[in-house]
Ligand binder design. Structure first.
Ligand code: FE2
Ligand code: FE2
Length: 226
């Protein structure tokens, strides 16, 4: 398993945006709804670079928690090579998702910096770390009790992020007239406009969601460590 997050052409991204906007949201769990409520209360209901930066800080956390648990599992299953291999493959996939979220974060940090935003101590530094810390604990705990609970929470989170980005572009057509110039374009992928960049990030979130949904389905069929 595992995907490579290849940049898609602009017309393909527009089709994927339209598909997301047509698709109903998942039926979010109470834990996911609570998280979205906190984010809205602290950073506003409307989308913004500032809010999305926090979203990306939090987005990496479940993958880190899963990786942590998987490493412990590998240590205790190394006598069963097939099982250990299975977990190792999962770690590789999880790391790819984590890296992808990291590029989202770096790109958004860069855009905020360019826009002249200066981070404040509480809302931009302490609170995001606090939310991420608590979300890590929840993800870790759910994963150790039943991985599919943690996958479900992540699928909700990714579905929310996918819709947030795709809706944000639809609400801000001026982004399609704004050129995207970035020091990270060679790493993340080249996009002509900020509109296409956000469509691409939204598309990545959809892929993350689908990977978690696939893991939920695999867990129902009792695959190892799922
Ligand atoms: Fe992301
Ligand atoms: Fe994501």
């Amino acid at each position: 398993m595992g995907r490579v997050y290849l940049p898609q052409p602009a017309d393909e991204l527009r089709q994927r945006q339209a598909a997301t906007l047509r698709r109903p949201r998942r039926s979010y769990s109470r834990a996911a709804k609570a998280l979205f409520l906190v984010m809205d209360a602290l950073y506003g209901r409307a989308g913004s670079l500032r809010k999305y930066r926090v979203l990306e800080i939090v987005a990496r956390v479940p993958y880190q928690a899963w990786e942590n648990v998987a490493y412990v599992a590998i240590t205790h299953t190394s006598e069963s090579p097939r099982f250990a291999r299975d977990i190792h493959d999962r770690v590789v996939a999880v790391r790819a998702q984590q890296d992808n979220e990291q590029w989202h974060l770096l790109v958004l940090e860069e855009m905020l910096h360019t826009s002249g935003h200066r981070h404040t101590l509480v809302r931009d530094r302490l609170l995001p770390q606090l939310i991420a810390f608590m979300y890590y604990q929840v993800s870790w705990l759910l994963y150790t009790v039943s991985p599919k609970w943690s996958y479900r929470l992540n699928a909700d989170f990714e579905d929310h992020a996918e819709h947030e980005y795709m809706t944000f572009v639809a609400d801000h057509p001026e982004l399609d007239d704004t050129a995207w110039v970035s020091a990270f374009a060679d790493d993340y992928g080249h996009h002509d406009t900020v509109g296409d960049l956000f469509r691409s990030i939204g598309n990545d979130e959809r892929l993350h969601k689908e990977e978690s949904e696939a893991l939920i389905a695999a867990a129902r069929f009792g695959k190892p460590n799922s």
